[in-house]
Design a protein around this ligand. Structure first.
Ligand SMILES: [Zn+2]
Length: 217
């Protein structure tokens, strides 16, 4: 109810609190910082791609207004942020994306979705699809509720996630033979993306790429 009322009020910027837009012009700037970077892993980033992923692209570092915006979407239910964040995803993919014909959001567990009333990655994928023209399909399901990844080390993150995702049986034919672009808000070690990729590859997709709003290091 409170959230429903919030949506009737003019939005305030998640980054600086200015009234008028969910993310003001000034706080939008960092979100587009990597937009025109060439595709691929930048020099100085030694980490390999997550297993099963052919391309990983992201819009910005997980700091400042970008971090504020992701948190406001996820934890405060400010769903109007999906618009600008999804547009940033589409802009980055238009510049750097190779292949890809279907957007698939990384899902939260159904119980968490019920608590929040929405799934932030699904909102992001839908908004990205509106701009990019790529169709969105909610093909993945989180089959067990994992401990929050925050605060776990790399090995614990992978173990925490083992077998956490599956492809919805009704979606198998929709993804088989397709090049999937996974959509998520933030990636850190890529363990979540790798788990999603494993589930998709087991169903016979052509390839899996990944596109996130932010990258945390
Ligand atoms: Zn602002």
């Amino acid at each position: 109810m409170r959230r429903a009322l919030d949506l009737l009020l003019p939005p305030t910027c998640a980054g600086c609190g200015t009234e008028g837009a969910p993310l003001c012009e000034r706080c939008l700037v960092p979100l587009g910082r990597r937009r025109d970077e060439p595709p691929g892993v930048p020099v100085g980033l030694l980490e390999p791609l997550p297993p099963g992923i052919v391309q990983l692209e992201w819009c910005a570092s997980f700091t400042g207004p970008v971090r504020d915006a992701v948190h406001a979407l996820k934890y405060r239910g400010e769903r109007r942020l999906a618009g600008p964040l999804g547009a940033a995803l589409a802009a980055r993919w238009a510049r750097a994306g190779r292949g890809g014909d279907l957007l698939v959001p990384v899902p939260v567990h159904p119980s968490r979705r019920r608590e929040r009333g929405f799934d932030q990655a699904e909102d992001l994928a839908r908004a990205c699809g509106r701009v990019s023209g790529l169709p969105m399909h909610t093909a993945l399901v989180r089959v067990h509720r994992t401990t929050a990844q925050h605060g776990l080390g790399r090995a614990s993150r992978a173990a925490n996630l083992g077998g956490a995702f599956g492809v919805e049986p009704r979606s198998a034919t929709a993804v088989r033979g397709r090049w999937v672009v996974l959509i998520d808000d933030v990636t850190t070690t890529g363990a979540t993306l790798a788990e999603c990729a494993a589930a998709l590859h087991a169903t016979g997709v052509l390839a899996v790429s990944a596109l996130t709003v932010a990258r945390e290091r």
